[in-house]
Design a protein around this ligand. Structure first.
Ligand code: HEM
Length: 379
């Protein structure tokens, strides 16, 4: 079962039951034998409008303008072999009729956009999404094979500079941890059905998929909260400046040469703003799917939300793979800033020279002091 299938369980599940109920009612009404057994069956008050008796074919079915709600079936007359093409055409076009049960959405027997949504999600979204993610992994692997790890060229000095406060690190890892869990569970929800059953069997897959969905729904709102924290914690230093354009034109120094940067470079700033945008888009679309009542259970909105969620999530994961690569395997000396709170002096000089110029007096061989200063926010 898909995320939206389940997410929509509240909205669409109730709607589906009501629709089924409505179909059964209509079928029952159309069954002459049923009526013969109980001649007292009458349509409920308000369920039938514009009754104009005496249709030429004797069935009393009215077709012109006004949609299904005005199509009338007189239960006392047999339909015989009449198939109301016009009515079913309107049903297929998504026309809504009147129902007397509390769920008005059940008046729409067929919501045709559902098919478009299903084809989009299981077609281009899944296919191009998978190619994009595999492509990113491929490009990064190729870059790593050709270029190798970016080392601290001047070697470690043994002197360190405070870079990230304890608050910044806690907020970062809180967000990153949630992001990882959401990315993994999200990928299982989207692609799991194609990959996991042959590996683990249908029963284990069902358990994994169900746990993923529950976890994803639970952690999603927490991630929105974490993103807000991340935004306000890291906004300092993340506004674009002219030097970022120069950094970009030099390819960030990834292909040789040196590209100047303040506390954060162009790539990091873009990641920051992308994370903020993605957080909002994923949060908004996620909440619509979690709480369909917000959009009155409108299926079209739910389907749009699902596609937006998928597209943004795949973009977020693709960018995130790049961020994680550079922060760990791709570059020597970057990760310790986010773990210990300090970075080596030469790393600072080589990757954030303009920031280093302002902080070089803080370089010290006393790691304990530097880490304490970093923890206290003297960064
Ligand atoms: C899960 C693996 C992750 C690792 C290993 C990682 C590692 C790092 C490291 C080492 C830095 C410091 C870079 C520097 O000193 O300039 C950093 C910065 C940052 N990370 Fe991550 N990170 C991860 C995931 C995330 C995620 C998922 C987000 C956002 C949702 C994120 C947002 C940030 C931000 C905002 C910064 C500050 C730099 C900037 O503003 O771009 N990180 N990360």
């Amino acid at each position: 079962m898909t995320n939206t299938d389940r997410v929509n369980r509240k909205g669409i599940g109730a709607g589906a039951l009501s629709a089924l109920f409505a179909i059964l009612l209509i079928m029952f009404a159309l069954t002459p034998s049923a009526l013969a057994q109980n001649p007292n069956v009458r349509p409920p008050a308000g369920a039938v409008e514009n009754v104009v008796p005496g249709a030429p074919d004797g069935s009393n079915v009215r077709r012109p303008g006004g949609g299904i709600s005005q199509d009338v079936i007189d239960p006392t007359k047999s339909m015989g072999g009449v198939f109301d093409t016009d009515m079913w055409k309107k049903v297929r076009e998504g026309k809504s009729g009147l129902v007397t049960i509390p769920d008005p959405l059940a008046g729409q027997l067929v919501q045709s956009e559902g098919e478009t949504w299903r084809n989009l999600r299981n077609g281009p979204l899944s296919t191009y999404g998978a190619w994009l993610l595999l492509g990113i992994l491929g490009v990064i692997s190729l870059y790593f094979l050709l270029r190798g790890r970016i080392r601290i060229e001047g070697g470690r000095t043994g002197r360190v500079i405070p870079r990230f406060s304890l608050t910044e690190r806690v907020v970062h890892w809180f967000t990153a941890g949630l992001w990882l869990l959401l990315a993994i569970t999200g990928l299982i929800i989207l692609f799991g059905r194609y990959v996991l059953p042959p590996l683990v069997g249908p029963d284990v897959f069902a358990a994994i998929a169900s746990a993923s969905l529950q976890g994803h729904n639970l952690l999603g709102p927490l991630f929105v909260f974490a993103t807000v924290l991340l935004f306000f914690t890291f906004i300092r230093g993340n506004f674009f400046q002219l030097v970022d354009l120069k950094w970009l034109l030099k390819g960030g120094g990834f292909f040789g040469g040196h590209a100047s940067s303040h506390r954060y470079n162009f790539g990091e700033k873009t990641w920051f703003w992308w994370a903020a945008f993605a957080g909002i888009a994923l949060g908004a679309s996620g909440f619509v799917m979690l709480f369909p009542d917000w959009v009155d259970g409108n299926r079209t909105y739910l389907q749009i939300a699902n596609i937006v969620h998928g597209v943004v999530a795949i973009g977020f994961i693709a960018f995130g793979i790049g961020h994680i690569y550079i922060a760990t395997l791709g570059m020597e000396g970057a990760l310790e800033g986010m773990t210990k709170g300090t970075v080596d002096e030469n790393w600072a000089k080589e990757h954030h020279d303009l920031w280093y110029e302002k902080h070089k007096n803080e370089a010290t061989t006393d790691r304990t002091v530097a880490e304490a200063k970093a923890a206290l926010g003297q960064v």
